[in-house]
Design a protein around this ligand. Structure first.
Ligand SMILES: [Zn+2]
Length: 239
């Protein structure tokens, strides 16, 4: 029975490892997706700012064309000065030129404002672009790590499965079935060790006489509280 219990104990550890790998397999794709999403948010933000920059540049070019137009109007009006015959005409022309000049200086101011905005945005954009390089490197490294872990998990999985098959054949079917039933009912743990006279599955004390029996490891002793098969792994043993 001692050997049987040892095999069962090994099987329990393998089953827990397999359970952990399964949890990893659930978790890793979600982690990958989260990283991709974060990366996309950064990229989209940069795209949006690039779009804003384009709009501002277009606006600036339009205003510069407006400015040239106004300046030409001033030149044309000034050119007509020599043709003026009356004082009234002269005054009207001066007024016209004054109006064009006002428009010109307003457009000039607007251009300066747009250029300020463009400068700010460019600064922000270049900062973001530098940041995203670092972020992407970091994320790629994280993704690579996850991929490596997944590959490692696959290898371990295969190995453990192989050993599990062997153990399943070596363990007496009655014990094996009992273990499987308990495992299903008790959160994946059918056999559990006793430490400090306490069942490590439910953390309830094991009666002294039973504790002595468990330490012998040569009969099937079950926890009076959680029903799991108890195993003695020596002092300080866990699960
Ligand atoms: Zn228990």
């Amino acid at each position: 029975m001692r050997e049987q219990l040892e095999l069962l104990w090994e099987l329990q550890k393998i089953d827990l490892d397999l359970k952990n790998i399964n949890e990893d397999r659930d978790r890793y794709p979600r982690e990958m997706k989260k990283l991709d999403e974060k990366q996309n948010i950064e990229k989209e933000r940069i795209q949006k700012e690039k779009g804003q920059l384009e709009t501002l540049e277009k606006d600036r070019r339009q205003k510069e064309r407006d400015l040239t137009g106004e300046q030409e109007k001033i030149k044309r009006s000034e050119g007509r000065m020599s043709e003026v015959k009356t004082n009234k005409e002269y005054q009207a022309l001066l007024n016209e030129i004054e109006t064009f000049k006002q428009v010109t200086s307003r457009v000039e101011e607007e251009i300066l404002l747009v250029m300020d905005e463009i400068d700010e945005l460019k600064k922000d954009l270049s900062k973001r672009e530098k940041e995203i390089v670092i972020i992407e490197e970091k994320f790629e490294a994280e993704k690579k790590k996850i991929e490596e872990k997944m590959a490692q998990d696959d290898l371990v999985w295969k190995e453990k499965q192989k050993r599990k098959e062997i153990l399943s054949k070596q363990i007496e079917s009655k014990l094996f079935n009992l273990y499987n039933t308990l495992k299903e009912k008790r959160l994946g743990i059918g056999v559990v060790c006793v430490s400090h006279e306490t069942c490590q599955g439910c953390f309830v004390n094991v009666p002294p006489q039973m504790f002595i029996e468990v330490q012998k490891n040569n009969s099937i002793v079950r926890c009076p509280n959680c029903n799991r098969i108890l195993y003695w792994e020596g002092n300080g043993g866990k699960k």
